[in-house]
Each structure stands twice: as structure tokens, then as C-alpha cells.
Ligand binder design. Sequence first.
Ligand code: NAD
Ligand code: ZN
Ligand code: ZN
Length: 361
Amino acid sequence: MAHQVQGVVAASRGAPVQLTTITVPDPGPGEALVRVQACGVCHTDLHYREGAINDDFPFLLGHEAAGVIESVGPDVDNVAPGDFVIIAWRAPCGNCRSCVRGRPWYCFASRNAAQPMTLADGAPLSPALGIGAFTELTLVAAGQAVKVPSDASAAAAGLIGCGIMAGLGAAVNTGGVGRGDSVAVFGCGGVGDAAIAGSQLAGAHTIIAIDIDDRKLEWAREFGATHTVNARNTDPVEAVRNLTGGNGANVTIEAVGNPVTFEQAFYARDHAGTVVLVGVPSPDMKIELPMIEIFGRGGAVKSSWYGDCLPTRDFPMFIELYLQGRLDLDRFVSETISIGDVEDAFHKMERGEVLRSVVVF
Ligand SMILES: NC(=O)c1ccc[n+]([C@@H]2O[C@H](COP(=O)([O-])OP(=O)(O)OC[C@H]3O[C@@H](n4cnc5c(N)ncnc54)[C@H](O)[C@@H]3O)[C@@H](O)[C@H]2O)c1
Ligand SMILES: [Zn+2]
Ligand SMILES: [Zn+2]
């Protein structure tokens, strides 16, 4: 039996999103139906609405979600009805060329539901990041549903499903931040602040937050930044060098998605340091760097997709840290909203008023 529920749909490039009736099929083999309890509004949803990801409209938006398994199809053994889960946009296949090299976080055949969710007229929806969770019920591959302790708040837990995991993982997994390291984070939205929180968890000694908005810098301090720099009135590369004995940081993290901040992050790192790009550039962006600087500085220039996370390993661990009071996920939840308020939430995000607006059901 298919289910008729309300979902947030981006129908065409740049058009405001609409709350509309969608049809969600019952789970088939290897699929799970999730009753969504909370779903964060991420910048990537806005990128979809603007047509900046691809042109496969109509999109069913929402991809930072937690909820409870409603039902599962045949051949599902990782989750059962009633389980509290975070939905992941990476569900490694185990068989592709990256999985067999032992690097499932680069899986090239990540699993999604086989059946489409549709509009009332039968037109198939493209679910954002293979999820589509601004709706009461969503259909995913069972491997995308990661069971976590059920005493976590759904609004906080869902954020681990995208932006917060991306930031935490950029620091801990991709950047390899460790005890005593110095770190500089460029851009202090949800992703950058999560990179700051991850650096603090990993034992970094100096954590420098860089943004162009003083309010964001105040929040960054609450997540563990030891120093802040407003790049509107201070040269951030000079500032990072001054705060690190004239050397630069061991790890720099770009969490804006902008060539100017990437170049700053490149030059703000110490010799043999690591620069991590987690911000998503648009296809037209270019950078020009003297090749001798890439060679002469050594170290590593890395990009971080979803924080190089392995959801089944990392999601339960970060939820445990949250429940132990060592990772303040609640602080990322600026406001809870209803499903009809997603368009408004995009505008608040653009004005820099929130870290995360979270739809709760
Ligand atoms: N790699 C991944 O897997 C992944 C996952 C999720 C999101 N992202 C990307 O991460 C980026 C950040 O996401 P977010 O949700 O935190 O966005 P956001 O809009 O909340 O935060 C961006 C921050 O950058 C700051 N900023 C803008 N221009 C700046 C500049 N010139 N110098 C310093 N700071 C500047 C803004 O003031 C803001 O605080 C986006 O590009 C998003 O698409 C990547
Ligand atoms: Zn794979
Ligand atoms: Zn996201």
C-alpha cells in the first residue's frame, strides 16, 4: 500500500519550494520506510532549489534527518520497525573498486531506494542526496538507516546526517587533527562550527575561527574556538600566523566554498600542514596558485566528502559523545520549525541568522 503524505518539493530552478502531496511506496527488497521525526535545513537543499547541483527537478528536499523505522521490506536485517535511526546519504556497497580497496567512505556505488517516491500525478521525485526527508514518511535503502541510541533528541541527532558530520569529519577524519595541534577554520556556519567542535574533541590546542560576521564568531567560541578573526577587517593569513608563533596552523579547514577563502586556508597552514576543503565550490570557480608553493610547502591538500565518514561507525559514536555531554549538538539547533516554513528558513540562512533551522514533525 502506498502512502500519501505532505512533502517539500522544489519544482523548478529558483522557484520557492512548495508543500505538496506525495506518494511514498511501501518498502521493497532491501528498503526501509522511515517515519521522519526531525530534518535540518542544510545549505545543500538551497543549492538543489537553485539548480546548482543538477537539473533533475522536481526534487524532494531534506536530507539531515532522524526518525523511527516504520516498516522494512524483504532481505533487511540491519534495522527493524521501532528502531531510532539517522538517515545517511552514504551506504557503502561493499563491492565497488573503492570498497574493495578498504575505503568504503569513497564508495562509488552507495545504495539508495530502488522505488521512486512520486508526485500525486505519478511523476518521479529526485530525493535530495538520495534521501528526501522534508516529509512524514520517506523511503530509503535500509543501509542508509543507521541505528543510534534512542535517548538522543531527534532534532539534534538528525544533524549528524549531513552538515555536522561533514564538519566533524573534516577535522577528525580528513584533517587528522590530533592532541596539541593548531587548527584554523574558515567559515563558521554549521559545518565550520562542527569542525571547531571536532578539533576540540580531538584535543587541538589552538583553534582559530575565521568569519566575516561577528555573531558567527561569538557562536564559534561557544563550540571551542580559542581565538577569532573577522576577515572583513583583519588579514586572516597574517592573523593565523601571529597566533601560531609565526608558522601557520597544522590543519586549516575551508568551510565556505569560495576561492578566496580556499587560498587563505592554503597559505595559513604551516609547512607540511594539511589544508582541507569541505565547502562546496560552484562549477565556475577557479583558483590559481604558484606550483612552487604547492611543492615547497609540502603536506597535503585534501577535499572532504561527508567528512570521510563511515555512518555505521561514526554516527553511533558521535551520538554517544553527545549523550555523555562531550559534543553539544543541541547548540547547532537555532530553531525548530514546521514543515511549511522551509522557504523562510532558506532566507534566514542566507541572512546568517541561524546555524540550523530544524523541521520537527
Ligand atoms: N563536503 C561536504 O560533504 C559538505 C556537506 C555539507 C555542507 N557542505 C558545504 O559546506 C559549506 C558550509 O555549509 P554551512 O551549512 O556551514 O553554510 P553557512 O552558510 O551556514 O556558513 C558559511 C559561513 O561562511 C561565512 N563566510 C562567507 N564568506 C566568508 C569569507 N569570505 N570569509 C570567511 N567566512 C565567510 C559566512 O558568514 C557563514 O558563517 C557549504 O558550501 C556547504 O555546501 C559540504
Ligand atoms: Zn562501494
Ligand atoms: Zn547537507
